[in-house]
Design a protein. Sequence first.
Length: 237
Amino acid sequence: MTTLLALDTSTEACSVALFHKGKITHLDELAQRTHTKRILPMVDEILSQSGIALNQVDALVFGRGPGSFTGVRVGAGIAQGLALGADLPVIPISNLTIMAQQAYEQYGSTQVLCAIDARMNEVYFSQLKAEKVRWDSHQFLQWNEVVAEQVCSPQQALALAQAEQGEWYKVGSGWAAYETLTEINWAKDSDIILPSAKAMLPLALPYYWQKQWISAVEIEPVYLRNEVTWKKLPGRE
């Protein structure tokens, strides 16, 4: 039976989740600036609660971004260390898609607008629509991009958003951060502000079934704002 361990530190949220014996357990905290202190104890706690060791996990799942530069980097580094230590395959998941999955689980929504506050008067934005897909004996939800994930201004997000038919929900911290985005009034508000590792597991299972994973050395965090973060590093001005 498949066992997956998921972790995410890409935003103010710090979360871990475990899929084991067909059930999901999870731990979620707000841990701004303390991710490095909290994430490993949380991993140890959730494994201990289920009575298993890290080397009994089949694959490691992590939130690969976008999000805060430090948070995404911490998550990628922790995932890489754990996966290397226990020789685990890795499944990276977009943090925008994680919140779309949360909207499905909470509201039954298959049409979601995602916006994370990226600071500097920008948001990490995507528009996603889900469809039910069958593979082998499994049926799962597959999220497809209506608008590809990107970093952009609120004004650009407003222009990119496509008012398609059906009921749409808004998720993420970006909506409350920028008044411009209130003009997207054809989509419903939600109380989903931050991603949770719990929602990563249904997204990761199809990748695991189809053996679509990567090795620990192939882990690459997704910042979407690479040119800015590089400029901030010493010697990269």
